[in-house]
Design a protein around this ligand. Structure first.
Ligand code: PMP
Length: 414
């Protein structure tokens, strides 16, 4: 499979060889790298990606959820073009940031006030700074398998560098382990930071009882409960918190919410977020040259209001649920597709896979699966993640299910 990949992709290979001279490994976004070299894309439209060698792929990765609107969406394009017509780098307030904030606060149950950032990573760092400042405490509880940004990754067991908080890591979806961690640190607990579904950690939804437990313990200890909905906000108009009926104190957003432009947001309780109100004496500074950059503000507002009303969120959720059920049916226990709604990840072997403890080291055929799917014309994450965009229809879902079936029927039984 590798030899065929190398032979089929000479232009991507040459691009990689040029890039390694000035970028470490030829790469500036770690999750996009794979061996023997990653494909370099030249063009994208709707649900299709075309690489430098002229091959076209159905894009099922959807830029790890940031590509919700599909490629070159005309509504987003129009919003960006009309923003460009009025100039950028104003160095001043614009009109779109207040409109975007209004839509988010209307839809997301926890969000009474919101501020914008340049990335989900930054949104989470600021949410934690907000919690430590609000509580006057220094400890943050996080969970195994969590990914909150490149300096806030808890999947590998490594601690992030240069972050002014003390992190305590408990087992995701494990109430007993979490209870022990909270009991040990209750007096100094500033925040409990959690993804309502582990995204990068394998599309593993939280048990609602686990999240309800976190809500109760946050109330009891005075810590702020922070939902990282950078990926999961697409599950409903008001995010996963709306589906679950569990309201955190703070929420972070990112990815598609900026219309596919660079974006992050953190917000929540008005009494907490008020610390950023510059009219107040002793307010906290949250500067950031690009916090209200006109392209993200305009694209974000157009996307949410014209393309992704709550009804569209429900439709997308249902399409993903149908796809996951069909993939599990053809997998017959040789693969387990986990996830929720439009986000899915494949795990090799039989389930159930309900927490990071159930994850086994990826077998050799995970690489084979990725290369085989590319050869069959489907682009997904090397680690087997899918995030459907609005441009993917039932037709592409049918074709992908057939491709997975084809892969499995050619895989030697063991
Ligand atoms: N939180 C979650 C749940 C994420 O999946 C990601 C990105 N994959 C981030 C935060 C970080 O966002 P960004 O890449 O925009 O910094």
């Amino acid at each position: 499979a590798r030899a065929r990949f190398v032979a089929d992709n000479p232009a991507s290979r040459a691009a990689h060889e040029r890039a390694v001279a000035h970028l470490p490994g030829g790469n500036t976004r770690t999750t996009l790298f794979y061996e023997p070299f990653p494909l370099t894309m030249a063009h994208a439209d709707g649900c299709l990606l075309t690489d430098l060698d002229g091959h076209t792929y159905v894009d099922l990765l959807g830029d790890y959820t940031a590509g919700l609107y599909g490629h070159s969406n005309p509504v987003i394009r129009r919003a960006v073009e009309s923003a460009l017509d009025n100039g950028w780098n104003h160095g001043a307030h614009g009109t779109d940031e207040a409109r975007l904030a209004a839509v988010l606060c209307e839809r997301v149950p926890s969000m009474e006030l919101v501020r914008f950032t340049n990335s989900g990573t930054e949104a989470n760092l600021l949410a934690l700074a907000t919690a430590t400042t609000h509580t006057g405490r220094g400890t943050v509880l996080v969970f195994t398998g969590a990914y909150h940004g490149s300096v806030l990754s808890f999947g590998s067991g490594a601690f992030p560098l240069n972050v002014p908080h003390r992190f305590v890591v408990a087992e995701y979806n494990d109430i007993a382990d979490t209870a022990a961690a909270i009991d040990r640190h209750a007096d100094d607990l500033a925040a409990i930071l959690v993804e309502p579904m582990l995204g990068s950690g394998g599309c593993l939804p939280a048990d609602p009882a686990f999240l309800a437990y976190l809500r109760a313990r946050a109330d009891e200890t005075g810590a702020l409960l922070v939902f990282d909905e950078v990926m999961t906000s697409r599950m409903a108009g008001g995010g996963m918190q709306e589906l679950l009926g569990i309201t955190p104190d703070l929420t972070t957003l990112g990815k598609y919410t900026g219309g596919g432009m660079t974006f992050g947001a953190f917000g929540g309780r008005a009494d907490v977020m008020a610390m950023y109100d510059p009219r107040r004496p002793g307010h906290l500074a949250h500067a950031g040259t690009f916090n209200n950059n006109v392209l993200s503000m305009a694209a974000g507002y157009a996307g949410l209001t014209e393309l992704f009303p709550p009804s569209a969120a429900r439709e997308l959720f249902d399409r993903g649920e149908r796809l996951r059920a069909r993939l599990n049916a053809v997998a017959g226990g040789r693969m387990t597709w986990t996830g929720m709604g439009s986000m899915l990840t494949v795990h090799f072997g039989p389930g159930p896979v309900t927490g990071p403890r159930d994850l086994r080291p990826a077998p050799a055929h995970r690489e084979l699966f990725h290369l085989d799917m590319l050869a069959r014309g489907f682009h997904l994450a090397r680690r087997g993640m899918i995030a459907l965009s609005l441009a993917v229809t039932d037709h592409e879902c049918d074709a992908f299910t057939a491709a997975v079936d084809g892969f499995l029927s050619e895989l030697p039984d063991r």
